[in-house]
Design a protein around this ligand. Structure first.
Ligand code: PHE
Length: 344
C-alpha cells in the first residue's frame, strides 16, 4: 500500500513539473505504459494472499485513475497555453496598411487611339490594321505616288530593301482595304497604327509616330460628309462647341485636298500661345479620294466617291493633355506615363 502511494506521489509530481505538451506525453508513456510503475504494481497482485487482493487492486486502480486524470487536466491546461501562445505569436494586425500593387497605366497614345476608334465604331466603321513593314506598292504606288515623284521626298523613310519600307502613313492600310474590298461598296474603316519617317528627333519631330486614318467609299459621298464627320471628331477629341475649318492643301491620293484646323480648345478662338494667336490649330489632312486611287483598286470613279482623312495621334495627345515634347511618348519615363493613370 505504501508503495502505491509512493508511485502515485512521484507520478503526480512529475506531471506537475511538465511545462510542455511533449514533456507530458513522455511522462504519460513512462508512468502509464506497459513497463511503467503502475503496471509493475499490478504484477505484484499474483503474489498476494486472496483476501488482500481486492483492497490492493482497488488501490492500484484508484492510483491509475488519479494519475490519468491528472495527466488529462494538465494536458488540457498545457494545450490551452500553447494555443494562446500561438495565437499571440501569429496574430495578424488587420489594421496595418496593405502592400499596394503597382499597376501599369494606359499609354496616352493608346487612350487617344481608343477614343477615336470608339467614336468611329459607334458610327458603323470597322477597325482595319496593316503591316508596319510595308510594300512600296501600298505605301506609295497605290497612293498615286509613283517612283520618280518628288512628293516622295516629303515622306522619306527607312527602307528594308528596294521594295519594302517602314510605312510613312496609315494611308497604306487604306490602299490594302480598297484592294481587298474588290469593288464592293460601301467601305467604312478607321485605321490606327504606327508610322515612320526619316526625321531627326526633336521636340516636335519623331522618326516613329502614330496616325489614325479614316476612309469612306460609297455612292454620292461628298466633301460635306467629310466635314460633318470631322466636326464630330473635333468635338469628341477637344470638347463640345469646337469648330473646324478647311484650308486648301495637296496630297497625291486626294482631290481636292484640305488641311483641317480646329478652333483652339484653350482660348476658345480668342488667340493664345498654343494657337499662336490665331485661334485655330492645324490637326489633320484630308480630302476626297483621288479618282486614280479608286481606279487602281478596281473601283469606277464615275459610280462612287469617297473621303479620307489622316490624323497624327501624338499631335492630338499633345494638344489634349498639354504635352510640349513629342519625345515624351517614346522614352518610357514612368513619371510621365503615370500622369495618365485613369485609376488613380
Ligand atoms: N497621309 C497623309 C499624311 O500622312 C494624311 C492624309 C490621309 C491626307 C488621308 C489625306 C487623306 O500626311
Amino acid at each position: 500500500m505504501e508503495k502505491i502511494q509512493q508511485v502515485k506521489a512521484e507520478a503526480l509530481a512529475n506531471i506537475e513539473q511538465c511545462t510542455t505538451v511533449e514533456a507530458l506525453q513522455q511522462v504519460r508513456i513512462t508512468v502509464l505504459g506497459k513497463k511503467g510503475p503502475i503496471q509493475s504494481l499490478m504484477m505484484l497482485m499474483k503474489d498476494l494472499a486472496p483476501e488482500e487482493k481486492p483492497s490492493f487492486g482497488a488501490e492500484v486502480n484508484e492510483c491509475k485513475q488519479t494519475v490519468a486524470k491528472a495527466i488529462e487536466e494538465k494536458m488540457a491546461e498545457l494545450e490551452a497555453g500553447a494555443l494562446a501562445a500561438r495565437l499571440k505569436a501569429e496574430k495578424i494586425d488587420i489594421t496595418l496598411p496593405g502592400i499596394s500593387l503597382r499597376l501599369g497605366t494606359m499609354h496616352p497614345l493608346t487612350l487617344v487611339s481608343q477614343e477615336i476608334e470608339d467614336l468611329f465604331i459607334g458610327m458603323g466603321y470597322t477597325v482595319a490594321e496593316g503591316p508596319e513593314v510595308e510594300l512600296d506598292f501600298y505605301n506609295f504606288e497605290r497612293a498615286n505616288i509613283p517612283a520618280d515623284h518628288p512628293a516622295r521626298d516629303m515622306q522619306d523613310t527607312f527602307y528594308i530593301n528596294a521594295k519594302e519600307l517602314l510605312r510613312t502613313h496609315t494611308t497604306a492600310i487604306q490602299m490594302r482595304v480598297l484592294e481587298k474590298a474588290d469593288g464592293v461598296l460601301p467601305i467604312k474603316v478607321i485605321c490606327p497604327g504606327k508610322t515612320y519617317r526619316r526625321d531627326d528627333d526633336d521636340a516636335t519631330h519623331s522618326h516613329q509616330f502614330m496616325q489614325a486614318e479614316g476612309l469612306v467609299v460609297d455612292r454620292n459621298i461628298t466633301l460635306t460628309d467629310l466635314k460633318g464627320t470631322l466636326q464630330l471628331m473635333a468635338e469628341r477629341m477637344f470638347g463640345k462647341g469646337r469648330q473646324i475649318r478647311f484650308r486648301p492643301s495637296y496630297f497625291q491620293f486626294t482631290e481636292p485636298s484640305v488641311e483641317v484646323d480646329v478652333s483652339c480648345h484653350l482660348c476658345g478662338g480668342k488667340g493664345c500661345p498654343v494657337c499662336k494667336g490665331t485661334g485655330w490649330i492645324e490637326v489633320l489632312g484630308a480630302g476626297m479620294v483621288h479618282p486614280n486611287v479608286l481606279k487602281m483598286a478596281g473601283f469606277d470613279p464615275t459610280q462612287c466617291s469617297g473621303f479620307a482623312f489622316g490624323v497624327g495621334l501624338e499631335r492630338v495627345a499633345m494638344l489634349k493633355y498639354g504635352i510640349d515634347d513629342i519625345r515624351n511618348f517614346y522614352v518610357n519615363d514612368v513619371r510621365f506615363l503615370k500622369m495618365f493613370d485613369r485609376f488613380d
